[in-house]
Every structure is written in structure tokens, then in C-alpha cells.
Design a protein around this ligand. Sequence first.
Ligand code: NAD
Length: 295
Amino acid sequence: MADAKLLEGRKLAEKLLQAIEKEIKRLTASSAEKRDDTAPTMVALSVGNNQASEVYLKSQKKIAEKVGIRHLTKSFKETMKEDALIQEIEQLNNDPSIHGIIVQMPLPQQIRIGRILDVISPEKDIEGVHPYNLGRLVLKKNIFVPCTAHAVMELIDATGADLYGAEVVIVGAGKVVGRPLALLLMERMATTTVCNIGTSEKKRLETHVRGADVLIVAAGKANLIPGEWIKEGSIVVDVGINHCGGKVVGDVDFEGARKKAAYITPVPGGVGPLTVTILMRNVLTAYQLLKGFHE
Ligand code: NAD
């Protein structure tokens, strides 16, 4: 069998970004004097210094500017108190010129993540992590969905696969990837199996993976899935990011898996670039809803 086709997030992101840019131009063209504060605007809040978070911020800013989204960053000292961060978020919630808010992770330990996520206005929750938005996802009334989970769905859809009744296996049940993905897949009537560390410890992971028409791996463990486990002709989406000997690798043995799958995401260059694109699309959605624009 020929090697799998690459599911490159970058190419798909390019197409989606063009559509976002076009829509933003159309919506803002009507605001006569094109003042800066009429543009869709997002704010990223960052506490302390974290290299991965800095890289994510830079990439957000670059892509936002490309499509016409104003991207503001507010950075605070590592020692910032939880109440002070809550106050900042509340100010942004009440500011009509701000349409999207993102709190960069990780946060220092004196700040409880759960408390912070509760405070972001659900209408400005462009990462889809507020309990209200996660609840809407359960009710199949989603507006904002966690960006990585949504990015995975876009990649699967790009293959043209029919998910109805398909055997889909997710490895990893984290709050922002595995769990929301399971809900999105169930919405599409896929037969959805979610594996976690317990599945591995009970030596059941291989059996599940071997049966997967679509395999999504988001566990954060390099080479967790050997190539020989992959079902012939399947779709493999590798969400994992692991730093291994100076290289970034996923959770799947890429070289082995590409010999059996029909489609596979490279790492890097697969899910990652699409995640930021979905974030931008969520800013546009928040802008449309807050400004009362209709599709
Ligand atoms: P998490 O820690 O919240 O969840 C990990 C899940 O994997 C848990 O359910 C755990 O039980 C399961 N798991 C761990 N080891 C396992 C094993 N040996 N066998 C089976 N299951 C196992 O992590 P997360 O936030 O969901 O992130 C998962 C991975 O995805 C990480 O590598 C992270 O860096 C990556 N990630 C990538 C993006 C992106 O944009 N590409 C975004 C978010 C997360």
C-alpha cells in the first residue's frame, strides 16, 4: 500500500484564514471611518514568564494581524494575586471594544484555573473553556468549542470521511482535547471510544487502536502508538506534542503509521497551525454575535 497522504494543518489553515479575512473586511467596510477600535479585538492575558506561552502568543499575534483582528497582550508579574487577575478580566468583560478574551496557560499556582475560567464572559470565551460553553456542547447547542478539538474535526472533515457509524477511537481524555472531541464525534453519530491511562494499564489499548477507522491520539506520550497497531486505510490524527532529543514529535510512531494509514497528520505542522486559526474564527464569531451581525 502507498504511504498515507499527509493531513497538513498549515494548508487547511491558509484556506480558512482567507475566508476569515474576507468576512472581516466585509463586516468592517461598513464602519465609515475605519477607526482602529471598530475592528474585531481579542486580548491575551499572560501571568509570569513561560516559553511555550510566549511562542503561542507570538503566533496568535502574527495570524491575527494577517486577517485584520486587533490582538492586545496584557502581561503580569508571576506574583500576581488571583483577585487582581479576576478584576482585569471583569474590566475586559465590560469593555464593548473587546470581543474575545484568552488567558494563557500555565498560570502560577496561587491562581486557581477553575476560578479564572468561571469569570470570563461566555460571550467572549474564544477558547470555549467556560463551563457555560462546555455545557452547550453537551446539549448540542455549541457556539464556542475548545480550539484544538475543533481543529481535529476540521482535519478529519478535510479527508471527506463519513463519520456516521464509523469506529472512532480517541486516546486521551483531557478537558480541552479528548473530552470535547468525544462530544463532537458523538454529535456526528460516530461510534466513539475514549481510552485513557487505565486502558493502557489494563493492556487494552492495542485492541481498541487496531479497530479504529479514525484514530485521534492526545495523550502526551511519545511513541505511545506503534505503527503496526494502525488499521489499514485509517485516518490518524496525532495531537501530542513531545520534546524528544531536540525534536518535536507526536504520540504516534509516524514512520510506521504512515505505511498503513490512508491519512496522517505530521507533527509539527498537523493540528497545531489549525488551532490558532480556529481561535481567530472564534474571535470573528464573538464579534458577529456581540455586534448583532447575522450570517
Ligand atoms: P491531559 O494531561 O489533560 O490528558 C492526557 C490524557 O491522556 C489523560 O486522559 C490520560 O489518562 C491519557 N493518557 C496519558 N498517558 C496515557 C497512556 N500511556 N495511555 C493511554 N492514555 C494515556 O493532556 P491534554 O491537555 O489533553 O494534552 C494531550 C497532548 O496534546 C499533550 O501532548 C499536549 O501537548 C497536546 N496538545 C496539543 C495541542 C495542539 O494544538 N497541537 C493543543 C493541546 C494539547
